[in-house]
Design a protein around this ligand. Structure first.
Ligand SMILES: CC(C)(COP(=O)(O)OP(=O)(O)OC[C@H]1O[C@@H](n2cnc3c(N)ncnc32)[C@H](O)[C@@H]1OP(=O)(O)O)[C@@H](O)C(=O)NCCC(=O)NCCS
Length: 444
């Protein structure tokens, strides 16, 4: 961490902007955010059109960020005119942290990018480009094989090598008269004590992460929001949030759901699921059995259900279940091809040469990927090496999309993202996509 002056050659940003990275901090008494952290939050609130965060709420936010191990980046313009906002408030913000991504068998540390804002008066001068290229180079140097983000707009990050890698479904379940399930009930579900749910949630999520391909470790705020200690959009408590815990037949907690009524004015009467985490299929089914049996409720909605959701197949009447939208969640950017591809689990044995292009050069090159028994070896490949092995040419953002197999190589090829013959496409699809679909419910 340190201070550098951003005078990015060729990026179009004006000289004199200062780019500084620091850890979120409290003042000496530990009672308030330190000045640069408070100013950073002010700038983020501006960028995302949020009300300014109340000073009294900042220490809890800072502590949560510290627990996440976040690094904050701020860009300052000291040349603010008279009457303008304090130049100590950054004109651009950025943050990063590291968390585990389940890439099939392995939990891979991923470099997570968040809180990206550039003030409207400073946009399209290359400030984002400066922040993200500096940060990705540092992440690569620190040995992180992939970077990830969740994007506000789909058009921003492809140019920096990110590809959409997982999606989730918005669902609506008609619960009028209750939901019937094909399987009998198992284990128990109890309404949770909010503080105890807050304490239990990270452990249950960890169990979910370990068994769910594509799942990503979560920031500290998730447990606070699931218990209502924080609201969905703020750090004020939300007293409308209710939680339930599911226990397996040995009495061990293996799932939870947090939900909120949308109020009597909403027709039909609706429960919105805020968070639902299951460490197994049975826990998932039993949490939905509970949600489907809440009296005075006609509809239950959930914004981040799996695209390959077992729920409709669990129901006696699958037409009670409707998908109302599909959204991309995780965008991945491969930084180190060898480390990223060797960490992944594979669904078939095989070999393929990948000719990867990368505008930032982190992943560029030709790579021989050989998978056997679920694991793979990756070695640089020269032209003419291994003529027996099929080849595929792709950009690094297509590699990010292919990485977790959410989209098939064949579909990417139809879209022009991969150039390869039928043999290479068949090989890639058998290796990358022929297993469970990835599911990531973590937004950051
Ligand atoms: C999105 C945002 C961060 C871009 O910052 P910026 O400093 O203007 O971006 P840059 O000037 O570095 O642009 C880099 C490139 O991305 C392109 N770009 C930037 N924002 C874009 C957008 N929203 N849509 C399409 N392209 C975009 C630029 O045209 C430029 O392209 P080029 O390199 O081919 O010339 C800024 O507009 C912003 O703060 N938006 C509101 C908050 C937000 O959406 N944040 C993203 C959270 S995931």
């Amino acid at each position: 961490m340190g201070e550098t002056t951003a005078a990015p050659a060729g990026s179009g940003a004006p000289d004199g902007l200062r780019l500084v990275s620091f850890a979120p901090g409290l003042d000496d008494a530990g009672q308030a955010a330190d000045a640069r952290t408070r100013n950073w939050f002010d700038a983020v609130d501006l960028g995302f059109h949020e009300e300014r965060t109340d000073e009294s709420r900042l220490p809890a936010l800072v502590r949560a960020f510290q627990r996440d191990g976040r690094t904050l980046t701020a860009v300052y313009d000291d040349a603010a005119p008279e009457h303008a906002w304090d130049p100590a408030v950054p004109v651009a913000t950025y943050a990063s942290m590291v968390n585990d991504l389940n890439v099939g068998g392995t939990l891979l540390p991923a470099h997570l990018v968040t809180a990206v804002t550039v003030r409207p008066t400073h946009r399209r001068r290359g400030i984002l480009r400066r922040m993200i290229t500096t940060d990705l180079a540092a992440a690569k140097a620190a040995g992180l094989p992939v970077a990830a983000l969740t994007a506000s707009e789909a058009t921003i990050y492809g140019r920096f090598g990110f590809g959409a890698a997982t999606s989730s479904a918005e669902i609506q379940v008609d619960t009028r008269g209750g939901l019937d399930f094909n399987a009998p009930p198992a284990g128990t579900v109890a309404v949770a004590d909010a503080a105890k749910l807050q304490a239990l949630a990270p452990g249950i999520f960890r169990a979910h992460l370990q068994r769910t391909f594509g799942a990503l470790g979560r920031q500290h705020s998730y447990a606070l929001r699931a218990s209502g200690a924080w609201g969905q959009e703020s750090t004020e408590p939300d007293k409308g949030v209710r939680g339930v815990i599911r226990y397996d037949s040995n009495g061990v907690p293996d799932g939870y759901a947090a939900y909120k009524s949308l109020g009597w004015q909403t027709e039909p009467h609706t429960l919105k699921v805020i968070d639902l985490v299951a460490a197994g299929d049975e826990a998932y089914r039993e949490l939905w059995r509970y949600l489907g049996a809440v009296d005075l409720v006609e509809r239950v909605t959930f914004g981040v259900a799996p695209v390959e959701d077992p729920l409709p197949w669990m129901l006696a009447n699958r037409r009670r279940y409707r998908v109302t939208g599909i959204d991309d969640v995780l965008w991945l950017r491969v930084l180190d091809v060898g480390a990223a591809l060797q960490a992944r689990g594979y669904f078939a044995d095989g070999a393929v040469v990948l000719d990867v292009t990368d505008p930032l050069d982190h992943a560029a090159g030709s790579w021989l990927l050989e998978a056997r028994g679920g694991a793979a070896a990756v070695t640089p490949a020269a032209d003419g090496d291994r003529p027996d092995v099929p080849r595929a040419a792709l950009g690094v953002s297509a590699l990010g999309s292919l990485y977790l197999g959410a989209v098939s190589a064949r579909t990417l090829a139809s879209a022009g993202g991969i150039r390869a013959g039928e043999d290479a496409l068949d090989m890639l699809d058998a290796m990358f996509s022929a297993g469970p679909a990835p599911y990531c419910s973590t937004h950051f």
